[in-house]
Design a protein. Structure first.
Length: 132
């Protein structure tokens, strides 16, 4: 009886741990590609990555209208094509969160007028027009 109770407790936890490692290694943070040289640097980066994963999980399981709106926004920002039966995944939320935080940092460092100039410059390259 005790073994059965332990198995019931371990099964959801095991799935969460596997999901965490999947985010770290394959679908999100590419852990195996990190190039930190010291154990302290790896620990610091792993701490930040873990915090991002926890935030994504909290958002993924939140079911309020505001949370659902943010989830759809982050998935759209991630640029991923989602399956109809799974429109929101933790890896898509993580990718969208990374892009959102990068965007917010950019808006903190550049005035909106300068960003619009950058956009015009890039658009000119895209269309083949002469850059002014």
């Amino acid at each position: 009886m005790l073994i059965h109770g332990v198995c019931l407790w371990c099964s959801p936890r095991r799935r969460q741990i596997e999901c965490f490692f999947k985010l770290l290694k394959q679908q999100g943070l590419q852990l195996e590609g990190w190039q930190q040289k010291s154990g302290l640097a790896i620990a610091k980066r792993l701490l930040v990555a873990s915090q991002a994963c926890v935030l994504v999980w909290q958002l993924h399981y939140e079911n309020t209208p505001q949370a659902n709106e943010i989830k759809h926004f982050l998935v759209r920002l991630s640029g991923r094509q989602m399956k109809k039966n799974r429109p929101i995944t933790p890896s898509a939320l993580l990718e969208g969160l990374w892009l959102f935080l990068t965007l917010m940092d950019t808006l903190d460092h550049y005035p909106l007028d300068q960003l619009r100039q950058f956009k015009q410059f890039v658009d000119a390259f895209w269309t083949g027009d002469k850059v002014v």
